[in-house]
Ligand binder design. Sequence first.
Ligand SMILES: N[C@@H](CCC(=O)N[C@@H](CS)C(=O)NCC(=O)O)C(=O)O
Length: 215
Amino acid sequence: MPTVYGVNVSPFVRKVRVFLAEKGIVYDLDPVIPINVSAEYRKMSPLGKIPAFSDGDRTLADSSIICAYLERVHPQPPLYPVDPYEYARALWFEEYGDSGLSGIIGAKIFFQKMVGPMFLGQATDEAVVKKALEEELPPMYDYLETQLGGDGALVGGRFSIADIGIGTQFVNLLHAGYSVDAKRWPRLSKYLAAVHARPTFKAVIDEEAATFGKS
Ligand SMILES: N[C@@H](CCC(=O)N[C@@H](CS)C(=O)NCC(=O)O)C(=O)O
């Protein structure tokens, strides 16, 4: 059976898990914590990051690469648009989540509110959280609000890697106890509620909530 390596609360691990679930692929989860990883793990993930993935003797690292591979091996249902421009736009939103939102939601809010206090014995730096929430995220929400047409998907009117890549980052915001203000960003708020209500997202969100004693 294929195996995903990495703890469930990582947005990148979640991206791969939701992708697999949307494809209906059954897999094992090995909850590797990306601190002082073993030499054996580095053979699969040379940068020492999560997720890694194995299927028999094939191993891969990096959520984007793993998803791209899975799409080729399991084309149905398609999770990348066919049209070249829509395909590129979907990759862009995946990247916007991975490199843009993650650097604020993951590194400054989720880390400060959850990972540091719960797992590393570090107090929350509330100033970092406040700046992220009040100054850094709003322009990103403004941008996403302009990109949503109200059809429930970011690209091509159909759920894709774009929605998985953006949706997964916002799960970490929810875990940290925050959400997008529906009055200020109505489209984004509605869109995220719909993405997170999909059975594939809901299953992992509920499972992860247990990690934080919230269920
Ligand atoms: N581009 C990578 C990013 C993965 C990533 O940064 N994972 C974090 C956990 S959320 C990690 O492993 N951090 C440990 C480290 O950077 O050493 C992907 O998409 O898989």
